[in-house]
Design a protein around this ligand. Structure first.
Ligand SMILES: Cc1cc2nc3c(=O)[nH]c(=O)nc-3n(C[C@H](O)[C@H](O)[C@H](O)COP(=O)(O)OP(=O)(O)OC[C@H]3O[C@@H](n4cnc5c(N)ncnc54)[C@H](O)[C@@H]3O)c2cc1C
Length: 312
């Protein structure tokens, strides 16, 4: 056994780190606060037996590290992901003028008291974060006639998809998954009010929804969904190495290649290989830890888009 590691958080980042460390011969303990693993990419079964996602997920074909991670755990991506050839853009006020890049989340854990005076951790407290809200709707009939993942311009309901056509086939009715973002002013709104707002917003691009009955809805709020892409904010995200020996950060809110997507998580493993794994053997990392840098837009993703089916 090489050593022992404790990982706080059983989301994609924590689980990826755990796998890499176990593969390298470490004894690993993952500490997770929720009764299930997967964090913001998780799915759970509710009291009715329905699967509920933390939020609709889209993975681009260019996410090679994520695909490699799936293959390495025996879940080839072609078996667990739905491939789509199209992504639709709609706009509440006419033709789309811009393409959104979905910039998911950040979930900072509480910084332990003795570390708060460290400049790295003090700076984290000031990172601007933005919330998102996931609304899942069970409708009495079909209102969307395609299975595309749709990005909507100038709308609170900025992303939606009919999931009854792929992830959750149903013999009757349909099921829409919708992301509300920006959601800054909506975190304290009631679930009922949010569902009404979503229906109202969607009706601007899917007028048929006005005639549908909502059989059931689930609203999930993610207060720290993403680091807000304000000027300078992205380059202020921390690198994985910290001034504290043997303490490393991971997650989509740190400096990763395709920032703020689950896809970038396996990239944290590269830092793990050059950081903790070497330090444990008393060596210096082969390269200095990466310095905060300006993050460039992801490379062109090609024509293929994919929606992920998250697993329980
Ligand atoms: C609504 C929504 C839509 C999204 N859409 C996309 C998308 O389309 N494409 C994409 O690539 N990504 C998307 N994402 C982002 C993706 O889900 C995240 O990038 C990824 O899941 C982040 O993984 P993580 O491990 O960094 O963080 P998390 O998943 O947040 O994991 C952190 C874990 O740590 C646990 N934890 C926190 N504090 C403590 C503590 N003190 N003690 C114990 N446990 C603790 C939490 O419970 C959680 O399980 C979306 C996210 C959301 C919420």
């Amino acid at each position: 056994m090489r050593g022992r590691a404790v990982i706080a958080g059983g989301g994609l980042a924590g689980l990826t780190c755990a796998k890499l460390l176990v593969d390298a011969g470490w004894a690993v303990t993952v500490v997770e606060g929720l009764p299930y693993l997967g964090g913001r990419a998780s799915t759970y079964r509710d009291a009715d037996g329905d699967q509920v996602e933390q939020g609709l997920h889209l993975f681009l074909g260019a996410y090679s590290e994520f695909k490699a991670l799936l293959a390495s755990i025996g879940e080839p991506y072609d078996l667990v992901l739905f491939w789509m050839e199209q992504l639709q853009l709609q706009d509440t006020e006419g033709p789309a003028e811009a393409v959104f890049i979905i910039n998911p989340k950040r979930s900072l854990m509480k910084t332990p008291e003795p570390l708060r005076s460290e400049p790295l951790f003090a700076d984290l407290a000031d990172l601007p974060v933005a919330p998102a809200i996931s609304v899942q709707l069970w409708l009495d009939h079909e209102v969307v006639t395609h299975e595309c993942f749709v990005l909507v311009g100038r709308s609170e309901a900025c992303v939606y998809q009919d999931q009854s056509r792929n992830a959750y086939p149903t013999s009757e009715g349909s099921r829409l998954s919708v992301i509300v973002s920006p959601a800054d002013g909506l975190l304290f709104a009631s679930d009922e009010a949010l569902v009404l707002r979503v229906l109202d917003s969607l009706a601007k691009v899917v007028p048929e929804i006005r005639d549908a009955q909502v059989r059931k809805s689930v609203v999930l709020k993610h207060p720290k969904h993403q680091v807000q892409p304000l000027p300078g904010a992205m380059s202020r995200r921390p690198v994985q190495a910290t001034p504290v020996p043997n303490l490393f950060l991971a997650g989509d809110w740190t400096q990763v290649r395709q920032h703020q997507t689950s896809v970038s998580i396996p990239h944290a493993g590269e830092h793990l290989r050059s950081g903790p794994l070497h330090q444990w053997r008393g060596q210096r990392p082969p390269h200095p830890p990466p310095r905060a840098r300006r993050v460039l837009p992801p490379r062109a993703a090609g024509a293929r888009f994919v929606r992920a089916m998250t697993r329980e």
